[in-house]
Write a protein that binds this ligand. Structure first.
Ligand SMILES: Nc1ncnc2c1ncn2[C@@H]1O[C@H](COP(=O)(O)OP(=O)(O)O)[C@@H](O)[C@H]1O
Ligand SMILES: [Mg+2]
Length: 398
């Protein structure tokens, strides 16, 4: 066989890389507008009567009966007049009415949950968004904070980090000390019940600002910036979900220190298992330096390991599942998120299972994924409610 000849390489200059970056950003803008046209914004799902009844935990008949009272949103008939439809906001009004007992009690405040694992691609961001969406479908109001400069979570909300996010939309001013409450950065999203603090590459600046302030400002505790920053809004939300970057960075430590609980998505394969062990060792070393050695303390109300992106055809995953079980024991949630093609279709590429109103693929595949996320969300709601109960009891002076 003839040897393959390759043209002598031309050096790629930094300008060349800058040009290429510009083309990639332009392509993202084009994809975004094509996918989300004509409004160039994502739109939330709509619900029919059966879906609404299921979400309220009642029969369709009871729902129609209740509708005749006229005190809850009646939705509207679709264009062909064959079906009644409810917007997400309308559905949530119904859900809040029927799930009153499950909502945040007086005296309780937002429970903050960080999604962490310093490996990329383990589904941290997907977990953060589905959790937030799932909780709103149970009637809760959620603030989502993106602390990953890559802004993947921000993108899932239909916002382009490179062109649509300014420094003031992110936690950077908090990190730099020019703001003390996160309120300035909060924006509503296309999803009723979810507000967002976005992220963009400028947020890399926090990795310089925080250590610099640590050496310059006496008494400054770099790891408490976010914790103190959200104090002002804890009463406004039921849950605050923080997505973290794939690194144990200054920002990530802030996310954990601001949290009541941690969820670690963990695919059952050997490399991810090894990486997770390193994560906890590093976490223990760091917190011992920062917290314990200074005579301070920090405790978490819960830590959950979520088996994620589980490939049922992968025989090796059974062994790793056993390792995970013996290592993390009761911290492992009794639910697995299957590796699924549901969000791999073009229309849902920048969305989650909860964004899909009607799935064009196999109905069973969709149901399996959706059920797994529903179960996951209800376990987390259970953890959240037990924290609320403690807070409410403390507020009553017990
Ligand atoms: N259950 C799943 N099945 C198949 N692909 C998934 C699943 N969860 C996430 N993904 C995909 O895996 C990739 C990484 O997920 P992401 O949530 O961005 O992870 P991370 O935030 O940990 O880097 C994305 O392309 C995402 O769409
Ligand atoms: Mg991510």
């Amino acid at each position: 066989m003839e040897p393959i000849t390759i043209k002598p390489p031309k050096p790629i200059t930094l300008q060349g890389i800058a040009d290429q970056a510009e083309r990639a950003v332009a392509m993202m803008t084009e994809i975004r507008s094509a996918m989300l046209a004509p409004t160039a914004r994502k739109s939330p799902p709509i619900f029919n009567l059966s879906q609404l009844a299921a979400m309220c935990g009642i029969e369709k008949g009871s729902l129609s009966h209740r509708m005749s009272r006229g005190d809850l949103p009646a939705g509207r008939l679709n264009t062909s007049g064959s079906r009644r439809e409810f917007s997400l906001a309308e559905a949530r009004t119904w859900i809040r009415e029927y799930r009153r007992d499950g909502l945040r009690p007086a005296g309780a405040e937002a429970v903050t949950i960080a999604i962490g694992n310093f490996k990329g691609g383990v589904s941290k961001t997907t977990t953060a968004v589905t959790l937030a969406q799932g909780l709103t479908l149970l009637g809760h109001k959620v603030l989502v904070i993106d602390t990953d400069p890559q802004g993947s979570l921000t993108t899932l909300f239909g916002i382009l980090p490179d062109t649509e996010v300014e420094e003031n939309d992110t936690i950077l001013p908090l990190a730099m000390g020019s703001e003390t409450s996160i309120r300035y950065a909060i924006r509503p999203t296309y999803w009723d019940g979810i507000d967002l603090v976005a992220a963009a590459p400028v947020l890399f600046g926090a990795e310089f600002a925080l250590p610099a302030r640590q050496t310059q400002e006496p008494g400054f505790e770099f790891w408490r910036v976010l914790d103190l920053g959200i104090d002002d809004v804890r009463a406004d939300y039921d849950v605050i979900v923080i997505d973290t970057p794939p690194a144990l960075s200054y920002t990530t430590i802030n996310a954990f220190m601001a949290s009541n609980g941690i969820i670690m998505p963990l695919p059952p394969n050997a490399l991810d298992f090894a990486s997770a062990s390193q994560f906890w060792s590093l976490f223990a070393d760091l917190t011992s330096e920062l917290i314990t050695k200074r005579g301070l303390s920090k405790s978490f109300d819960f830590i959950h390991v979520l088996l994620a992106r589980v490939d049922s055809s992968d025989a090796a995953s059974n062994i790793v599942r056993q390792w995970i079980g013996s290592t993390y024991a009761e911290k492992v949630l009794p639910v697995e998120i299957p590796k699924t093609a549901v969000t791999a279709t073009t229309s849902a590429e920048f969305g989650t299972v909860y964004d899909i109103s009607r799935y064009d693929g196999n109905a069973k595949t969709f149901k399996r994924a959706r059920d797994a996320y529903d179960t996951f969300v209800s376990y987390i709601e259970g953890s959240v409610r037990s924290v609320w109960q403690q807070q409410a009891a403390a507020a009553r002076g017990q």
